[in-house]
Design a protein around this ligand. Structure first.
Ligand SMILES: Cc1ncc(C[n+]2csc(CCOP(=O)(O)OP(=O)(O)O)c2C)c(N)n1
Length: 809
């Protein structure tokens, strides 16, 4: 394969056929010479940090090279990624200088978060590790020894940026969402600048590809700015990158079309001067865009600045190892000297490499020299690891009284329309700390009331530009998720409504966020955060018009897989319960809240007061639909979800007609996690509560909105589960009628009634009038079911009475 033979370090891109004039789209950034002291300060920082980063990967002792390296000084397991580190350090040193010069409020988001050694080394030098870990990582020899020797060993920092890393608002692992998170962080923070380093490999991901467009949703009058730095080091793990194979004309054309001005920084022997001037230019451009917007004459389609930084992968590292290019090659991605613990030759290479940074003067006695510290912001709180927005910025929402939006019991209402009004009021009451991120579904999901009070914040649309807004509608679930993360991690509260079937697109992003949040809870200096909040609507149960592709409730399983401390899944059965749930979720902290409900008008079973009580308990016996007269039932029928609960109630009604002696108890579960066995989840019912609701030994049938195995797994550990049956969405459906969706998934009232009769007959035929009579009753239910099926096929619609309110006597 020709691509595998790399004959020169960081090979240039093949020339494109684009005209030379495309380069005119790039700004001519004036090149002011850097004064010697500043240059010396930057380079001292870079050398010291590169040394520390390299040492972190290899050394467990002799961390300042006070004698020649021996095998014993080398860690038993070499973990970490060197290749990206020099580039990250270069940027870090310049951002700190920028803050020093302009007194900026800044966070750095590091896309290639696998480069944790670079970030940690820089944080140690700037004193940010000392601030948060004074006993372990102080700014002295002991602190440095700990930083280097404990890295990537149990008890030390891991090899990827995580919540233990000061200044971080992004889990460094799954590549792709740094950019969207950065944009979320600057929303409603007009003074904040987030510098976001995007790896050129990372830039190939879907989430990054879409996030470049986020500038189009930033109103510079109300929000801060992101300065993206695309770090083109040419390689991923073992292959060249797409962006590394694009020439300047292609890069400039692409990003100009996206709406950026692209400044390419690439002259290696003048890299500091070029990067310095590029950063100064970028800040000037950002300030101009903001000034215009804030003085009432916003620029139409402002061209936001971005920097493309071309440097060799593993720059300043070993040049060649075992005859292979190392510096400027994919070989340097992880461990550049892999046999340093066992091979004399490799050990020498490591010794020569680490010695080349000259740290005996830069880190004399394990303390950063004055020149190393000279390019840092004077005020410690301005240094990149210490911005409070990154770790202690949460302020709760001001919540209106949700009961004022309540619906009269026994009417019908769309849960989404109902909560839409509440969310509108939340937006009005919290004009700078609440946002909705929606993938172009606000109208479709009937949540559009908020638009009466807020714009959509789309700056490229003449009808909505320059008027801010609480809502962003971008048809990218990745962007919605990334924005929500950035917004939440910097102290605010967001909600992300979605079609149920498509939320799975952000499954892994949500999981990565949750990992960050889990560790953040264990980190003493990180304060509480708002929960992240999802609403799933347009669910499979009412996606009969869109069909099979839109029927997919798997995101529940994604949330259920999280740690119990964070996982919350709510299926409010009616509009009042949904109001109560939204009210609760928006005030909760540190959770992943998933709320699932219907946008169609559905029965309102409970008054606002009763809904509040029901939601507090998470599950209740619904006496109005039960026929056990408050005594011991023969069967318990449980609805978990909107439409499936309606079917349970209709099954109870049907059973009262065909088997009047059968005592049926109807239960609704609105908080799914109450069903977990005691001690497996904080919301779980006690064993006694569970027994009292579901009896000790009677058959229990769960008509569940999601996939059955999820609920089966949740129930595992309860006593006597062989008497329980769980049915859920069974991957059946098409473009059909709403009731047919219930039939094809065997979740209809008829399926429930049949099951109840069969179980009751098996246990005690007498309750239903003897075996012969039960068989007749089952046949009657089957007959009714067949009639309805035939009706649907013939008429293309459900029988009119299907959704009549259940009548009990
Ligand atoms: C979504 C995702 N896919 C794959 C990986 C595995 N991976 C880790 S690093 C890497 C290459 C990254 O290249 P780049 O973003 O250019 O970073 P750098 O070269 O600066 O290390 C890959 C593919 C990952 N972490 N995340």
């Amino acid at each position: 394969m020709p691509g595998e033979v790399i004959t020169q370090a960081n090979p240039p891109a093949l020339p494109s056929h684009l005209p030379a004039s495309t380069l005119e789209l790039a700004p001519k950034v004036p090149q002011k010479a850097l004064d010697k002291a500043t240059l010396h300060g930057l380079q001292s920082f870079q050398k010291a940090a590169c040394y520390i980063a390299g040492a972190m990967i290899f050394l467990r002792d002799n961390v300042l090279l006070e004698r020649n390296l021996e095998f014993n000084d080398i860690k038993p397991r070499l973990l970490g990624h060197w290749g990206t580190c020099p580039g990250l350090i270069l940027v870090w040193s310049h951002v700190n200088l920028l803050v020093q010069r302009h007194d900026l409020d800044t966070i750095v988001v590091v896309g290639p978060g696998h480069g944790a050694p670079a970030v940690l080394a820089s944080l140690w030098i700037e004193g940010s590790l000392q601030k948060f870990y004074p006993d372990t990582y102080g700014a002295d020899k002991k602190g440095l020894q700990n930083l280097i020797s404990k890295f990537s060993v149990p008890g030390g920092f891991p090899s990827h940026v995580n919540a233990e890393t000061p200044g971080a608002i992004h889990e460094g692992g799954e590549l792709g969402y740094a950019l969207a998170v950065s944009f979320g962080a600057v929303m409603d923070r007009p003074d904040l600048l987030v510098t976001c380093i995007v790896g050129d490999g990372e830039a190939e991901t879907g989430p990054t590809a879409t996030a470049w467009h986020a500038i189009k949703y930033i109103d510079p009058a109300e929000s801060g700015a992101v300065l993206p730095i695309l770090h083109v080091n040419g390689f991923k793990i073992s292959e060249r990158t797409i962006f590394g194979c694009m020439d300047d004309k292609e890069i400039v054309s692409l990003f100009s079309g996206y709406g950026y001005q692209v400044c390419i920084v690439e002259t290696l022997d003048k890299i500091d001067q070029e990067l310095f001037n590029a950063m100064e230019w970028a800040v000037g451009e950002i300030r101009e865009i903001q000034k215009q917007a804030r003085s009432g004459s916003p620029i139409v389609k402002p061209r936001w600045p971005m920097i493309v930084l071309r440097t060799p992968k593993g720059w300043t590292g070993p040049k060649k190892v075992d005859g292979e290019f190392m510096e400027g090659s994919f070989h340097s991605h992880q461990i550049p000297v892999p046999k340093a613990k066992t091979d004399e030759g490799h050990l020498h290479i490591l010794q020569d490499w680490l010695s080349s940074y000259g740290v005996d003067s830069l880190l004399k006695d394990g303390k950063p020299s004055e020149s190393v510290l000279s390019a840092l912001p004077k005020s410690a709180s301005k240094r990149l690891g210490q911005n409070k927005l990154a770790y202690d910025a949460y302020s709760p929402l001001k919540m209106p009284d949700w009961k004022a939006f309540g619906i009269t019991k026994d009417s019908a209402a769309s849960s989404m329309k109902t909560i839409g009004e509440l969310l509108k009021q939340v937006a009005i009451d919290n004009p700078k700390s609440f946002r909705m991120f929606s993938p172009d579904e606000l109208e479709s999901n009937k949540l559009n009331a908020i638009l009466d009070a807020s714009g959509r914040n789309f700056q490229w649309d003449q009808y909505s530009r320059a008027s801010g807004g609480r809502v962003i509608e971008i048809l990218s679930e990745h962007c919605c998720q990334g924005f929500m993360q950035g917004y939440t991690l910097t102290g605010r509260t967001a909600i992300f409504p979605s079609y149920e079937s498509f939320l799975g697109i952000v499954h892994t992003m949500m999981a990565q966020y949750s990992k960050f949040n889990k560790v953040a809870r264990e980190v003493k200096w990180r304060a509480d955060l708002a929960s992240i909040n999802y609403i799933e609507t347009s669910t499979w149960a009412r996606q009969e018009h869109n069909g099979f592709s839109h029927q997919q409730p798997s995101f529940i399983g994604a949330v259920l897989s999280l740690k119990a401390e964070a996982a919350r899944v709510y299926l409010p059965p009616d509009a009042n319960c949904f109001l109560s749930t939204v009210d609760h979720c928006l005030q909760s902290t540190n959770k992943v809240n998933l709320m699932i409900g219907s946008k169609q008008p559905t029965a309102v079973y409970l008054s606002p007061e009763d809904a509040a009580t029901h939601c507090r308990k998470g599950a209740s016996v619904w006496k109005f639909a039960s026929t056990d007269d408050g005594g011991e039932p023969d069967v318990v029928l449980v609805g978990v979800g909107v439409e499936v609960t309606f079917e349970v109630i209709k099954a109870a009604e049907l059973l009262q007609k065909v088997a009047p002696k059968l005592r049926v108890r109807v239960v609704n579960v609105t908080d799914l996690l109450v069903l977990a066995p005691e001690a497996r989840h904080p919301h779980a019912m006690t064993r006694d509560e569970f027994t009292s609701m579901f009896t000790r030994d009677k058959p229990v049938y769960f008509n569940y909105h999601g996939y059955a195995h999820e609920l089966q797994g949740l129930l595992f550990g309860h006593r006597n589960t062989h008497r329980m049956a769980v049915r859920g969405y069974n991957e059946e459906g098409t473009t059909t009628t709403p009731f047919d969706m219930m039939l094809v998934n065997e979740l209809s009232r008829f399926d429930i009634a049949q099951w109840a009769l069969e179980r009751a007959a098996a246990l005690d035929a007498a309750t239903s009038g003897g075996q012969g009579q039960v068989q007749e009753q089952i046949k009657e239910v089957e007959r009714q079911k067949d009639d309805v099926k035939k009706y649907i096929v013939k008429n293309g619609a459900d029988p009119e009475e299907t959704y009549n309110k259940a009548q009990f006597h």
